[in-house]
Design a protein around this ligand. Structure first.
Ligand SMILES: Nc1ncnc2c1ncn2[C@@H]1O[C@H](COP(=O)(O)OP(=O)(O)OP(=O)(O)O)[C@@H](O)[C@H]1O
Ligand SMILES: [Mg+2]
Length: 730
């Protein structure tokens, strides 16, 4: 009975409760994910459930892969048939089989945020709306949240017909939907929405999947949104064996529509639900857990629970105060070097957690200088690079020739002389006939006003695409992609350009081929469609190299569910963590606090927290106050690390210092210096004389921009900037 070993009584209860709805509600590191893994093994081995009747939804594809490996380890058997993956990847699987019944083709494209932007822009232009008032990004956000809440364009328009902006956004949304359909494409939200729609409206399909999924698991349930909730409600409608695990204290995707009520209302929504609470934490030492508890207890929007651990007290969490982000990076770097030298840890044991991706740069610089191997999770953006996107657009067009967005992207890449005016003529024609652009290109004789030369290049373009269409059927994914890369002439164009940049773009295209190689090893017999879906569905967290023994850098959001022996939680400053946009809202502030709790609870043995008084980020230099979350940690739980790093080589040499320094700084009531105004002269301790050119209220404080005589513009927080006012004698 392998699968019950290594579980406590409560966890066992969770595993053995196989029939009916079950909520496992428990704090970080209490073994929720472990219960799912063991339970799946138990069902297969003991209850003789077919793997294909199990569905397990994880937060990332990577988590799914890990879970699969664990289950495999427990069973020593094949677990290929379990449906394990994210909400999105599961929906793609269903849609590829079923979407024809709602009028799409099975080879639909999946549009990412850039494609969405292009589409929304088209809508705005077509509707002749003012581009200042109607900007793509906010509109995409509105559309996305409407979709999460399952509100369709007509309802939104009806609700808001008196509101000029919203009514028009509703109309853009409607047009956007039409365009997606015409391109045979779905955006990310659609993947869930259309699946729900299928299950709701088509009895045959509903029955099929309800019967199939006898047992359903959802990890990180606190981060599901409305449409995801509907989805599992439908899927579990027949057997009712739905086991969700989550922690309301770790709900950190409110901004993306996640609804904490899903977890709080589980018992009401799923009849006969049982709730199991786990209270023992197996991940962190006592001292780390105390820090986590002391922070999260300041939230009001929670059920309230306390975690305990049987682990040793361990080392105290350490706070390092830095002059600027460079000193912070040096501190972390030196710590890594020292701990490695001591021999107890390896690079793979360390993680640097920050609130925003932009913070990684200073650590990268010092790591490179010191030859410390590292990887950045999420910030890499390999798939956002132009050449990679171009190549993907080719593949998408070949997979789905109705995809106008992709076609437009590459019709003249590499340059083949199909310019904007030629394309304009073609699109004029398609807007009359309603055909796809590619369809029109095949029907070239019907289009007026094209030059003979244009016709020729278009013909060789369609001949090439047609050739690809035929080849796709007979070639493996990897060979096929290689063929596309070379025979489009893209590589050749880059080679001729022969610049440093074009070289690195060639490298990236080659790297993309190795992505295809990986794919072929992992998905035997996978098609181009599978490959593309796979690429689209990689979340930021998944888009990382798999090298093992390197330091990881990632955002706190990306770290959910993970654990590391040593955690550096950096950039703990007001306005950064908590992030500035949360400063005015209690609700958002609580989400930031939960995020901070997630960060601290990733640590197993050592936790280093740091902040910088002066930080340059996005090109601006600002003074900051230490994060309010630091103030919430009692003095005796956190020891201050002395500034001079040399001094703290030996652990016991570290001096414990009263934290009056931070406290004073934090509580120092802002002396508002009421008479400050634009034009006031100031003298700064380091930067000398300057003139105030901008003043903005930030909470009780003010942010000022000062033009220094020798240093240019700097942004300062009035309360803490080391400045004096210089009164001019009139
Ligand atoms: N009963 C147990 N005995 C020993 N170790 C355990 C036990 N339960 C869980 N663990 C270990 O504790 C760690 C945390 O478990 P797990 O990741 O499942 O927690 P979780 O509740 O899912 O955490 P999070 O909320 O961060 O997702 C893992 O290393 C896991 O292997
Ligand atoms: Mg977990």
């Amino acid at each position: 009975m392998d699968y019950l070993q290594g579980l406590n009584e409560k966890q066992k209860e969770g595993v053995l409760h196989t029939e009916g709805p079950l909520l496992i509600l428990a704090g970080a590191g209490s073994g929720k994910t472990r219960v799912i893994t063991h339970k799946i093994a138990y069902l297969i081995e003991e209850k003789r459930v077919f793997p294909s009747n199990i569905l397990a939804i994880t937060f990332t594809n990577k988590a799914a892969k890990e879970m699969k490996e664990r289950v495999e380890g427990l069973l020593k058997g094949r677990v290929e048939d379990i449906w394990m993956g994210t909400f999105h990847s599961m929906c793609v699987r269903i849609l590829r089989r079923e979407i024809e019944s709602i009028g799409y083709k099975r080879n639909f494209s999946i549009y990412d945020s850039l494609d969405q932007k292009t589409l929304v822009k088209e809508c705005i232009t077509e509707k002749n709306l003012n581009k200042e008032t109607f900007q793509e990004k906010p509109i995409i956000n509105i559309i996305s949240s409407l979709k999460d809440d399952m509100i369709d364009p007509d309802d939104y328009i009806n609700e808001n017909y008196k509101d000029y902006y919203r009514r028009n956004v509703g109309e853009i949304y409607g047009l956007y939907e039409e365009k997606l359909k015409k391109n045979n494409a779905l955006d990310f939200d659609d993947l869930i929405l259309k699946t729900v729609f299928l299950l709701k409206s088509d009895e045959r399909i509903r029955e099929k999947y309800q019967s199939k999924f006898e047992y359903i698991f959802v990890d990180e349930y606190q981060d599901t949104n409305k449409s995801q909730y509907e989805l599992i409600k439908y899927l579990s409608g027949k057997h009712g064996n739905i086991c969700v695990v989550g922690d309301e204290d770790q709900s950190v995707y409110g901004w993306r529509g996640a609804d904490i009520r899903n977890i709080l209302n589980f018992e009401r929504d799923f009849k006969g639900a049982e709730v199991i609470k786990l209270e023992q934490n197996y991940r962190s030492t006592g001292n780390i857990l105390d820090v986590a508890n002391s922070i999260i207890k300041n939230n009001t929007e929670r059920k309230g629970k306390k975690l305990w651990t049987a682990k040793e007290r361990g080392q105290y969490a350490t706070l390092k105060i830095n002059f600027d982000e460079k000193e912070e990076a040096n501190f972390v770097t030196q710590k890594v070097i020292d701990l490695i030298e001591e021999g107890k840890y390896k690079y793979g044991d360390f993680v640097i957690l920050y609130r925003t991706n932009a913070q990684s740069r200073s650590f990268e610089e010092t790591f490179i200088r010191n030859n410390i191997p590292y990887k950045i999770v999420g910030g890499l953006k390999f798939y956002d690079r132009k050449e990679v996107k171009d190549l993907i657009a080719y593949l998408r067009l070949i997979q789905n020739p109705l995809d106008d967005i992709s076609l437009r992207r590459i019709i003249n890449v590499p340059k083949r002389g199909i310019g904007a005016s030629t394309l304009g003529k073609i699109e004029k024609y398609t807007s009359q006939t309603g055909e796809s652009i590619y369809g029109a290109l095949l029907d070239l004789d019907k289009i007026q006003g094209l030059s003979g030369r244009a016709r020729n290049v278009i013909k060789s373009f369609t001949a090439m695409i047609n050739k690809f269409l035929a080849m796709k059927e007979i070639m493996g994914v990897r060979d096929f992609i290689e063929e596309v890369v070379y025979s489009t002439g893209y590589i050749k164009e880059l080679e001729e350009e022969n610049s440093v940049e074009s070289q690195s773009r060639i490298e990236n295209l080659k790297e993309f081929i190795s992505v295809a190689v990986d794919f072929e090893t992992n998905y035997e017999g996978g098609t181009l469609e599978d490959f593309l879906a796979n690429v689209s569905l990689l979340s930021d967290v998944d888009k990382t190299d798999e090298r093992k023994d390197v330091v990881t850098m990632m955002t706190v959001h990306g770290a959910k569910g993970l654990e590391f022996p040593v955690v550096f939680l950096v950039g703990m400053e007001e306005g950064l963590f908590p992030i500035s946009r949360a400063l005015d809202s209690i609700h958002d502030m609580e989400e930031e606090r939960r995020l901070c709790y997630v960060a601290v609870t990733r640590a197993e043995e050592l936790l280093y927290i740091s902040y910088a008084n002066l930080r340059t980020i996005y090109g601006n230099t600002t003074y900051s106050l230490p994060s309010r979350f630091l103030k919430e940690i009692p003095d005796d739980m956190l020891k201050i690390c002395k500034n001079d790093q040399r001094k703290e080589k030996q652990e016991d040499e570290i001096e414990y210092e009263e934290r009056t320094d931070i406290k004073n700084r934090f509580e120092k009531k802002v002396n508002l210096k009421e008479d400050i105004q634009i034009g006031s002269k100031v003298n700064h301790k380091m930067w000398g004389m300057g003139t105030v050119v901008q003043i903005k209220k930030v909470g009780e404080d003010k942010e000022i921009v000062v033009a220094f005589e020798n240093k240019g513009l700097k942004k300062l927080l009035l309360s803490i900037a080391p400045i004096e006012f210089v009164r001019e004698v009139r």
